[in-house]
Structures are given as C-alpha cells and as structure tokens.
Ligand binder design. Structure first.
Ligand code: ZN
Length: 510
C-alpha cells in the first residue's frame, strides 16, 4: 500500500458517511413524518461531526503530506493529482472553520427555519428579523474564517461555486440586465392570454406521475439506478451513481409543476448517473465543505444540467411536437381541445411575477440578481436587516415593475436565508448561462444534433454531455470544464441569444 492508497481509503470512509448523511436528508425531505425533525437533526449533527473529525484529523494530515510527496512527479492534470489538490484545499478550509461556529449555525438553523415558516404564513417580517440578524452575523464570521481578498461574498460563494467572485458577478449581472430588461418590456407589451386555459381542468395525480416517469426515462434517466418520489420542495440527491433519487411535487390544477420539476431533477440525476464509475467513493465525488456525496463540479455546474434538460430540451417546441400526443393520450379530456403548439406556448408564457420558483426563463435571472445583490449589500453593511423589505420592494419595482403587496410574497418567500444559506443563489444563473453555452457548443460540434433532437434522439446529446462534462465528476472547476468543452469560460452571450431568439418567435416581436 502507498500513502496515496491509504489516504484514498480514508477518503472513501468519509464518502460513505456523506452518502449516509444524504440518505438521512432524502428520507427527511421525502418520507419522514414532521415529528421526526428534532431527532433527525441530532442524528445529522452526530454523523456530520464524525465525518468532519475523520477528515480534519492529524492522521489525514499525515497521509496528505505523504501522498503529496509520493505523487510529486505525477501528471498534474491526472485525476489522482486533482483529487489530491482538492482534498488539500478542502482540508485547509475546514481546519480554518471553528467547530463552535458550525455548531452555532447548526443549532440555530431548525428554529430559525421554523420561525421563518410561521413569519411567512403570518406575513410578519418583524418576527423573523432577529433570526435573520443572527444568521447574517454567523455568515460574516464564516466568511472571515474561510478568508477572501475583496468581498466577504467571495468566501461564501466558494462553498458552492469555487472561483466565482462578487466582482465577476457584477459584470455578469450587468450584461444580463442590459438585454433581458428590454426583452421583457417587449414581451409585456405583446403579451395576450392564450385562446384556451389548459390549467383550468383537473389532472389526476397518479396519471401525472406516469407522465413524469415516462418523460424522465425518455431523456435517459435510468430507473434501474434511480427512483422518483414526491416531496414538498423537489430536489435530487444521490448516494452513488448507482442510486440516484429524484423528487417532484403535484398540483391537480397545474400539470407543468410536476412535469418540469421532474425533468429538472432528472437533469440533475443524469449528471450523477453518468459520472465515471472509477470516481465512486473518491474525493472527486465528494463535497467536503458541504459534506455531500455529489459528483457535479459545483452547484452552478449541477444547475447547468438540470436547466438544460428542463428548459432547452423540455420546454422546446420540438420536444412537444413529438411528445404532446403522449400527454394527450394520458389526459384525453383535459387536453382534448389543445395541440402541440398551444401546449408549447402554455408552458413558456413569460411575464413579471412575484415568486421566484414560479418564474419563467426570461424573468428567472432577475429574481436571482435581486437576491444576490441584497446579500452583497447586507454583507458589506451597505444596508441593515431593518431596511430589507423596503430594499427588496424597490428592486422588484426596478427589475420587474411589480410592487409586492406583502412581505409573504416579497422578502419572506425563500427559505435560504433562514438556515444561513448565503452565497447560493447565483448558482442558478451560472447554471442557466452554462446550459446555453453547452448546447450551443454541442450544436456547433454536431451539425445534425438539432435534427436528432427533433426526432427524439436524446442519447446523442447525453453521450456528448457525459464525455465533456458528467464523467469528470468534480475533477475540474466550472470555468476549466467549460473551456475544455466549449473553448471558452463563462459567457453570457449564448444565453441571451437563446432567450431573444426563443421569445422573439413566441411573441412575434419582430
Ligand atoms: Zn436544481
């Protein structure tokens, strides 16, 4: 045995613990009765402490030193060298984060989340305010512990999207706003109700599930190595590439909710199911900071896969030209008077709305920018928690031309801040940008791809994504991965071109 092998065996044990943590989280969000929350919190805390103590132990440090000396001459581009560098990075950061701080965040989390849920129901920002103030203070402490050069946001986003900074995001956001805001104005001016409201009818939930299963399988999700359940907040989580769980939620009066959540989560699942088997139980499928077993390069990279399959494939005209017949066969009465074109238009209607999770492709990134800009301002101390509702409402007016009638549909709508998840929101936008870049590159490299997709061949695209993205697990950072696959780093132009092209056609804006 070499030192590298010994380290690898130790990392594999951490990985197993992360998988068990994932399993407990899946159960908590999809199966567990509400009363189980307190004891589940304790179980998660115990297991997470155990995993961290193994990871930051002196023995891990000794093995890391020895393994680094041992593979000094190895190709720096090899998986082995990359796994070692990532383990070292994560080890140094984890050592800098005081156990007490993690404990205080973990202890405050469940109560803060419960207070938030009640405050949201009762439209009572004042009740949530003291918890948000504490969570903000803890996040500032966390940012100081992780360390940063320019902005505390840089430290926090490092947990989700290593390499991204507040300064880079400002440039990205400015580019997006410059073209999305005028596009949205033109859409609003042209918007008219569709001739038929498809969502007035009732859609049987069991039949909705059949459609979700069928569509997820169609794009390549392997149900021999995964399953679909329901959850109030849909998510994907995996234990290894051979056991990938996806969830969706159902509304009898709104078929797109279950359908597109299923396609979205299946898109996450395709990433995990197509990671190279040799990366299982290694550092290249482990997020040591978040203590997740996860194979995607970053949160943004994971969103790239889910958004590509949900939006660019699942919400395309070609997709429904081909598959509307199946939806109609399952819902013959509800969809009797509809056709593929109407269905396509009904699942792509764009308009300013108050709620992020219900937003369309055009407005979605505006909701994200608003949140990220608020987080940056809070962390800088440019605004106080007291100013939050007013600041939120002013930005909603600027970006979407809407005045939230209450905080429930404004600043209180998202759960993220209640458990201290600062720095996470921009990953959704990064994913959208990457998805457009990836599909544009795939089309440029395979001139017949559009024809294949239009004929229902999703395997060709899946194979290309596997070869260029999925199989590498966490071996590359977002920018490096993108550059290798598409020839350039993060670039907003393909997303903006895609949105302008699609919506100019949909709303006849020329
Ligand atoms: Zn997602």
């Amino acid at each position: 045995m070499t030192a590298y092998d010994d380290l690898r065996a130790r990392i594999a044990e951490c990985h197993d613990l992360f998988c068990i943590l994932n399993m407990l989280k899946w159960d908590m969000r999809a199966m567990m009765p509400a009363a189980g929350a307190a004891s589940r919190g304790a179980q998660l805390a115990t297991l997470s402490k155990l995993a961290k103590s193994i990871f930051i132990s002196d023995e891990t440090a000794r093995l890391l030193d020895a393994a680094e000396a041992e593979i000094e001459s190895a190709d720096p581009d090899s998986y082995k060298a990359r796994a070692l560098r990532q383990t070292r990075d994560a080890y140094e950061i984890q050592r800098r984060i005081p156990a007490g701080l993690v404990g205080r965040m973990a202890a405050l989390g469940p109560e803060s989340e419960a207070v938030w849920a009640r405050a949201k129901d009762e439209n009572d920002f004042a009740a949530f305010k003291p918890y948000l103030q504490q969570m903000l203070a803890l996040n500032i402490e966390l940012a100081e512990a992780i360390g940063y050069a320019d902005h505390p946001f840089d430290a926090l986003i490092r947990q989700f999207e290593p390499g991204m900074t507040a300064a880079q995001l400002e440039v990205i956001f400015a580019e997006l706003k410059a073209r999305i805001l005028p596009l949205l104005q033109r859409i609003v001016a042209a918007d008219a109700p569709l001739p038929l409201d498809l969502w007035e009818a009732e859609y049987d939930l069991a039949t909705q599930k059949s459609l979700c299963l069928e569509m997820a399988a169609l794009i390549g999700f392997d149900f021999e190595r995964g399953r679909l359940d329901s959850a109030p907040h849909p998510f994907e989580i995996s234990f290894t590439r051979d056991d990938v769980r996806i969830t969706t939620r159902y509304d009898a009066n709104y078929l797109p909710m279950s359908l597109f959540a299923a396609l979205h989560e299946a898109g996450h699942g395709l990433y995990e199911q197509n990671i190279a088997p040799e990366l299982t139980r290694t550092a290249l499928t482990a997020d040591f900071l978040g203590q997740y077993a996860v194979g995607g390069a970053s949160f943004g990279a994971h969103e790239f896969s889910s958004r590509l399959w949900e939006n660019q494939i699942g919400r395309s005209r070609e997709f429904w030209r081909l598959h509307f017949g199946r939806a109609q066969a399952l819902f013959p009465e509800q969809l009797a008077a509809a056709d593929a074109e109407l269905f396509y238009r009904a699942v792509n209607r764009a308009r300013p709305s108050l709620i992020r999770v219900e937003a369309d492709e055009v407005t979605y990134n505006l909701h994200i920018m608003l949140r990220a800009e608020i987080e940056m301002a809070l962390l800088e101390g440019a605004i106080a928690v007291d100013d939050l509702p007013e600041f939120w409402n002013a930005k909603m007016q600027d970006y979407l031309g809407l005045a939230p009638p209450d905080d429930r549909r404004g600043v209180l709508q998202d759960v993220h801040w209640s458990f201290g998840g600062f720095g996470n929101f921009p990953c959704y936008t990064i994913g959208n940008i990457m998805a457009a870049q990836a599909l544009a590159a795939a089309q440029a490299q395979m001139p017949d791809l559009a024809a294949r997709l239009a004929a229902g061949d999703y395997q060709t695209l899946l194979a290309w994504l596997t070869e260029n993205f999925y199989r590498h697990g966490r071996a590359y950072g977002t920018d490096e991965l993108l550059t290798r696959a598409t020839g350039e780093g993060l670039n907003t132009a393909p997303l903006l071109d895609y949105l302008e092209g699609k919506y100019t056609d949909l709303y006849d804006l020329n």
